[in-house]
Design a protein around this ligand. Structure first.
Ligand code: COA
Ligand code: MG
Length: 294
């Protein structure tokens, strides 16, 4: 199953957890980090664990948990509490390098034994760009990172704080400033280099569904698959935007077909346009995505 929409749900809100379960999001991320105030951590951990245990059926919607960063004393109690509910995966925020992801993997291995879960069954995605050093350590993922890591997303808000910025937007264009575009590009390139899912960043203006759709389409053109959501209304838009359209599928089939009819040829013409190997690969990507989108 390809996860296109990842909906954040505050881990201390029973109402939102229930709403999330009814939502078409492919995965929920039950949040113990930024959405939960410090005095409600213990309460939220219990609520998340109970919710996981009460919802063991994950075929149409996976249940993930975002824990607190590893350099806080909250992260280990978070993990110790929620692993009893067998989350499909853990979202790791504020990483410094791949070493953090590997450390989390070791913790998970131990807790899987304690809970009688299959070794390696708990996956990881990381929010790869929330610290200043993270922009300089992407190469560490290429050297050695756990196979539990199945996706990577980026973030511009915590990064802005880490860089000492007063804003992360260009006032003239409204678009992200340079450091955030670098973060986005490095996240995409690294995820593709190690063959994990590059996941688009959250679109914070949750009432603007048209703006969300445009950004999803931009993300998809760039190579991202799926997007993080913060409001239930965003999931359907994301699911639709990341499923290839009928026109795209039809064109991709034509491209694959024309290469099939010309075996051993590296370049062909279709509708007056030159096509070579990268176009064939793109067409195959579209068909794969169509197959994986429910
Ligand atoms: N997950 C599940 N349900 C949600 C939800 C979410 N992320 N966001 C809103 N809802 C529910 C609301 O409870 C409400 O349901 P109800 O009227 O039956 O109680 C319904 O969806 C409509 O919500 P709405 O009134 O439009 O929004 P809001 O003002 O209640 O909430 C936010 C706005 C931003 C506070 C809320 O969307 C939210 O909590 N988002 C997640 C924040 C988060 O996790 N951040 C950390 C990651 S960046
Ligand atoms: Mg954050």
């Amino acid at each position: 199953m390809m996860i296109r929409s990842w909906l954040f749900v505050p881990g201390d809100s029973e109402r939102k957890l229930e709403k999330g379960r009814e939502n078409e999001a492919d995965a929920l991320i039950l949040d113990l980090e930024d959405a939960v105030s410090n005095d409600r951590q213990a309460f939220a951990r219990d609520m998340v664990r109970n919710f996981l245990s009460a919802n063991p059926e994950r075929a149409t919607q996976q249940l993930w948990v975002r824990i607190n960063p590893l350099d806080t004393e909250l992260s280990l109690p978070d993990l110790a509490a929620v692993m009893a509910g067998a989350p499909d995966g853990i979202v790791l925020p504020k990483v410094y390098s791949a070493a953090d992801v590997n450390t989390l993997s070791n913790y998970l291995a131990a807790l899987e034994v304690r809970e009688g879960l299959t070794h390696g069954s708990t996956k990881i995605i990381c929010v790869a760009t929330e610290t200043a050093s993270s922009l300089l350590t992407f190469h560490t993922y290429l050297d050695n990172v756990t196979e539990r890591l199945i996706g990577m997303t980026w973030g511009g808000e915590d990064l802005a704080a880490a860089l000492g910025a007063s804003d992360n937007r260009n006032p003239d264009t409204g678009g992200y400033d340079d450091p955030y575009l670098i973060a986005k590009s490095l996240c995409l390139a690294t995820a593709r280099a190690i063959d994990v899912q590059p996941i688009g960043v959250v679109y914070v203006d949750f009432r603007d569904l048209q703006g969300l759709e445009s950004e999803c389409l931009r993300d998809r053109r760039a190579g991202f698959i799926g997007k993080v959501a913060i409001h239930p209304a965003q999931s359907a838009v994301i699911n639709r935007a990341f499923a290839p359209s009928d026109d795209e599928i039809a064109y991709a089939k034509k491209v694959v077909e024309v290469f099939k009819q010309n075996p051993g040829v590296g370049t062909v013409g279709l509708d007056g346009k030159m096509l070579d190997m990268p176009h064939l690969k793109q067409a195959r990507n579209v068909l794969l995505l169509a197959q994986q989108s429910r």
